[in-house]
Ligand binder design. Structure first.
Ligand SMILES: C[S@@+](CC[C@H](N)C(=O)[O-])C[C@H]1O[C@@H](n2cnc3c(N)ncnc32)[C@H](O)[C@@H]1O
Length: 320
């Protein structure tokens, strides 16, 4: 019960802070103008932040062929039958025809994707550092040591980098956020030289996918999934596949996270928002994964304080 109530409080705090972040980001976005320097900066950041930037590794070709594609073709042939729209203030991707279950909604050739992690190094990839726009005091309010430390580390890295590269902190922070909030994680099978021979294991990589990066997150109600088709071939594709029938006009959503699962902390750190409910958070606590319980235990508030805050916030509080 202790961990559970901490978790709910944690969730509320994330929501409060993500509201702050959304407001701040919107202000910054109005000011931002896409410039060549900005684009170069993005590439530089991608290089510095992840150390390894390479064209997508599933292609066996050293010099991938350029592909031509159109948005006028059949549904499976590219960007067919979708368009960008805004609903409830969030821009997203919407179907302009109905899709059947398992139908491919759109495809992106893998050579236009930028992979921000090397699958062969995925074993060492344990953190997903992202920019954070909160003040140090706001970060401290999150209390969870895992998030507070990550966010502060993130800010420090941006600060160090901006000085060593002679770029303004604000520009670098904005560009870093731009990249990290548009990344998708996907699991792929790769040869693991350290594993038994002929043993392929699934590893997560994070990729920037033009156009597909317009798809919003839905944990419980996602109607599509991100796939990699023919990873062994030169002409591998990223595809969005309908996991159930989608009617014309419906928003197309996927569940962010390498396995379609992402904690609220991960969503906040990577994408700057948290959902209202996230069943993955309680699973994490139940299983004690990722040092979650330890990190909750080190919070400054007592259980009584948590319950008092929760009852104010929700109007009711029942012991579980
Ligand atoms: C990959 S982009 C998706 C397209 C984005 N809405 C846009 O207009 O460019 C990810 C960003 O969309 C927003 N977003 C996606 N799913 C969301 C959701 N369920 N609730 C709130 N914001 C969401 C967040 O700002 C996130 O950083």
């Amino acid at each position: 019960m202790h961990a559970g109530s901490k978790l709910e409080l944690f969730h509320e705090r994330l929501e409060d802070n993500s509201t702050l972040q959304a407001t701040f980001s919107a202000t910054r976005m109005r000011r931002a103008r896409p410039t060549v320097a900005g684009i170069i900066l993005l590439v530089l950041i991608a290089q510095v932040r992840v150390d390894i930037v390479h064209s997508f590794a599933v292609s066996s070709s050293q010099s991938p062929k350029r592909k031509r594609f159109t948005n006028q073709g059949k549904a499976a042939g590219g960007f067919a039958k979708t368009r960008l729209r805004r609903m409830n203030g969030i821009r997203g991707l919407y179907a302009t025809k109905s899709f059947k279950k398992n139908e491919i909604i759109c495809k992106i050739p893998s050579d236009v994707a930028l992979a921000l992690s090397d699958p062969s190094m995925a074993r060492e990839q344990t953190t997903n550092p992202t920019p954070d726009f909160y003040s140090d005091a706001e970060i401290d309010e999150l209390e969870s040591p895992m998030i507070v430390n990550s966010a502060k580390e993130e800010k420090q890295q941006i600060s160090d980098l901006s000085q060593s590269m002679n770029i303004s902190f604000d520009e670098l922070q904005f560009a870093t956020w731009l990249v990290s909030s548009r990344l998708f994680a996907i699991k792929i099978s790769v040869d693991d030289p350290l594993a038994r021979s002929n043993f392929n294991i699934r590893k997560a990589i994070r990729v920037l996918l033009p156009y597909l990066d317009m798809i919003n997150h839905s944990l419980d109600d996602a109607n599509a999934e991100l796939h990699l088709i023919d990873p062994e071939k030169d002409d591998a594709w990223f595809a969005i596949r309908a996991v159930r029938p989608i009617k014309n006009g419906k928003e197309i959503t996927i569940s962010y996270g390498a396995s379609g699962l992402e904690t609220s902390a991960g969503l906040l750190m990577n994408y700057g928002f948290v959902p209202n409910q996230n069943k993955i958070d309680s699973l994490l606590v139940q299983k004690g994964g990722d040092g979650c319980i330890e990190s909750l235990d080190r919070w400054k508030t007592t259980l009584d304080e948590d319950e008092a805050q929760l009852s104010v916030a929700t109007g009711t509080w029942s012991m579980c």
